[in-house]
Design a protein around this ligand. Structure first.
Ligand code: PEP
Ligand code: MN
Length: 264
C-alpha cells in the first residue's frame, strides 16, 4: 500500500491545514520533552513568530535509562494542547503504549512512533486503526526495507495519513550520536509515496551540525525537518547537548532562509 509502484501520486497529509508532502518544505520544532506550560509556551511563541505551526514535544519519553526523566505523560499532552489551542498550532507527540492512543488522540494532532518502537507491531496496528495522522521514525538499526514494512503495518490497518522520518541509524561512527542516512530520503521517496522528514537533532546529537544537516536534507528533497528547541538547553531534562535555545533557533531560521533552500 505504501509502494510508489502501486500508487504513483504523492500522499499529501493535512495537519490541521498545514500540508505535508505538497512540495513546500516545512519545519517541525519544539522541545525534546514537555517540562512545563511556561517552557512549551516560550518555545511555541518563538516558533509562531517565525511562521512555524508544527509543534513537537515529548510527553511519554522512551528513555534509554530507566533513571532518566520519563516525561510528564498525559499531563504533558494537556500542556501541549493548551498551548496549541492558544496559538493555533499543531501538536506532534510520541505515544509508546497502544493503550494510551485512545486517550491521547483527544489531545494531539499527530501520533509520533519513535525509533525504539518502529517494530512494536501492536503499536503500529493500534496507530493504524485510528483517524489521526502518524509520524513513523526509522528504527535505530532498521534497514530501509524494514522501515517500509513497518509503515505498511499502519496503512494496512486503514490509516493512510502517514509520514516517515529518517533520524539516523547506528553505525561504528562515534563522532555523531547516530549516522544520518541522507540517502534514505530519495530512496524512501522513490520507493513510497509518503512524505519524508529528516530529524537533525536525534541523528547528529550535535548542535553544531543542525544547520548543515538541515541544509542537506532540504537540498535532497525532504518534505520537512525536525529539530528541537528549548528555552534553556543547559537545564533541559533530556537531550541537553543538541537542543537550540531561542536565539540559536532564530539564527538557524535566518541561516536556512539566507541559504535559499528554505522558503518558509
Ligand atoms: C523524539 O523525537 O522525541 C525521539 C525520542 O526521537 P527518536 O525516537 O528518533 O529517538
Ligand atoms: Mn530529544
Amino acid at each position: 500500500l505504501v509502494s510508489r509502484k502501486k500508487h504513483p501520486e504523492n500522499t499529501v497529509v493535512d495537519l490541521k491545514g498545514v500540508m505535508m508532502g505538497d512540495g513546500q518544505q516545512r519545519l517541525v520544532m519544539g522541545p525534546c520533552a514537555v517540562e512545563s506550560y511556561e517552557q512549551v509556551l516560550t518555545v511555541a511563541k518563538a516558533l509562531k513568530e517565525r511562521g512555524i505551526k508544527l509543534l513537537r514535544g515529548g510527553a511519554f519519553k522512551p528513555r534509554t535509562s530507566p533513571y532518566d526523566f520519563q516525561g510528564l505523560g498525559l499531563e504533558g499532552l494537556k500542556i501541549l494542547k493548551q498551548v496549541a489551542d492558544e496559538l493555533d498550532m499543531v501538536v506532534i507527540s510520541e505515544i509508546v503504549n497502544p493503550s494510551d492512543i485512545e486517550t491521547a488522540i483527544e489531545y494531539l494532532d499527530v501520533i509520533q512512533i519513535g525509533a525504539r518502537n518502529m517494530q512494536n507491531f501492536e503499536l503500529l496496528k493500534a496507530a493504524g486503526a485510528v483517524d489521526k495522522p502518524v509520524l513513523l521514525k526509522r528504527g535505530l538499526s532498521a534497514t530501509i526495507q524494514e522501515f517500509i514494512h513497518a509503515a505498511e503495518y499502519i496503512v494496512a490497518k486503514g490509516n493512510s495519513n502517514l509520514m516517515l522520518c529518517e533520524r539516523g541509524i547506528r553505525t561504528y561512527e562515534t563522532a555523531t550520536r547516530n549516522t544520518l542516512d541522507i540517502s534514505a530520503v530519495p530512496i524512501l521517496k522513490q520507493e513510497t509515496h509518503l512524505p519524508v522528514l529528516v530529524d537533525v537533532t536525534h541523528s547528529t546529537g550535535r548542535r553544531d551540525l543542525l544547520l548543515p544537516t538541515a541544509k542537506a536534507a532540504l537540498a535532497i528533497g525532504a518534505d520537512a525537518i525536525m529539530a528541537e528547541v528549548h528555552p534553556d538547553p543547559a537545564v533541559a531534562l533530556s537531550d541537553s547537548a543538541q537542543q537550540m535555545d531561542i536565539p540559536q533557533f532564530n539564527k538557524f531560521i535566518d541561516d536556512l532562509q539566507a541559504s535559499g533552500l528554505y522558503k518558509g
